[in-house]
Design a protein around this ligand. Sequence first.
Ligand code: IMP
Ligand code: MG
Length: 172
Amino acid sequence: MPDLKPVLSQEEIETTVSDLAQQISHDYKDREVILVGVLKGAFVFLADLIRHLTIPVKIDFIRLASYGCNTSSCGTVCLTKEIEIDIGGKDVLVVEDIVDTGLSIKFLIEHLKTLKVRSVRVCALIDKHERRQSDIAVDYVGRVIEKGFLVGYGLDYAEGYRHLPAVYDLQF
Ligand code: IMP
Ligand code: MG
């Protein structure tokens, strides 16, 4: 079994999520925002984030897959589950667990633009710079983490570890 090196504790996650929710609640006050969680990884983060918001929101999910990859995206991203709410003309905030190469988010932003959204921004719990390959900007960043392969709090390795309440670096 690989070792797990602690990266973010439950307390650090709680503070980070609450701070993000405060900024989002402030910025989207008096606007109708639709949060789009990226499955599967973002489901834990999204569930906590919405309970700290002080504005009404609607929630939907989208699912992306990147193919032929092991522990990072490698260029071929595709949509495996579409959004179900009509988001045309709406302000959309994409909620991601982690942005690594940025290829998934880049693909998703382009896709949402074809659905004629009014605006699209990105909120990620973790912004990992190690392998960034696209010039996308993450609008709401929880924590910047330089490198490593992270698991827990929704993040998986081969579908395992998602249930852990904190974030760890998986030491292969
Ligand atoms: P990107 O397209 O390389 O930015 O990666 C996006 C997706 O890859 C994320 O939404 C995660 O699902 C997965 N991913 C990237 N880095 C990690 C990691 O360190 N741990 C677990 N999943 C990761
Ligand atoms: Mg993901």
